[in-house]
Design a protein. Structure first.
Length: 167
C-alpha cells in the first residue's frame, strides 16, 4: 500500500525536479528519478491518503489545465497589472485586506486557492479562518469589500479548479 501511495508523490517530485532543473539530460533524468523515488517512499503516508484519487487521470487532466491557465493567463495578467501600477506616474493603488469566503473542504483545496492567490502579484493571503471558511487577503487594489464580489474577482477561478482536482 505504501508503494502505491508513493507513486503520485514520486511523479510530482520528478516533474518538479525536471521543470526546475530545466534539463532532460540522462544525468538529470537519473538523478530526478532517484530523488523522486526516495522522497515518494519517505513521504507517501504523510501526503497521500487515497492513491486512486491521486492518480485519477481526470483529476490530473484538470490539474494540467489549471497549471496552463494559471501560469499563462492569470500570472501574466497580474504581472502586467502590477507593472502598469509601478510605471504609472501616480502609482494608483488602493490597498486593503478583504474577506474572501471559500467553499472547499480539503486542506489541499484550501492550499491550492491560498497559494494561487499569494503567488499572483498584487494579492497575498494573510490568514485562513477554517472555522468560518474565510481567507483574509491583502489586495493591492481593492475593488470591493463585499466578500462575494471579492471572491468573484480574486479566487473564484482557483476555487473551481481546487474542487475538480482535490474534492
Amino acid at each position: 500500500m505504501r508503494m502505491l501511495r508513493a507513486i503520485p508523490v514520486a511523479l510530482m517530485v520528478f516533474v518538479v525536479y525536471i521543470v526546475f532543473s530545466g534539463s532532460t539530460s540522462i544525468y538529470d533524468i537519473f538523478t530526478g528519478s532517484v530523488v523522486a523515488i526516495v522522497v515518494g517512499i519517505l513521504t507517501a503516508n504523510l501526503v497521500v491518503h487515497n492513491y486512486r484519487k491521486a492518480l485519477n487521470p481526470i483529476r490530473l487532466l484538470w490539474l494540467a489545465i489549471y497549471a496552463v491557465i494559471y501560469f499563462f493567463y492569470c500570472e501574466v495578467q497580474a504581472h502586467i497589472d502590477v507593472i502598469k501600477r509601478i510605471l504609472h506616474p501616480r502609482m494608483p493603488v488602493n490597498p486593503g485586506i478583504v474577506r474572501i469566503p471559500y467553499d472547499v473542504e480539503t486542506d489541499y483545496g484550501i492550499m491550492l486557492i491560498a497559494n494561487s492567490i499569494t503567488n499572483t502579484p498584487g494579492t497575498v493571503v494573510v490568514d485562513v479562518d477554517k472555522q468560518r471558511k474565510i481567507l483574509y487577503v491583502h489586495w493591492i487594489d481593492v475593488k470591493t469589500t463585499n466578500p462575494d464580489e471579492a471572491r468573484a474577482k480574486v479566487s473564484a477561478l482557483f476555487e473551481k479548479f481546487a474542487k475538480k482536482v482535490f474534492e
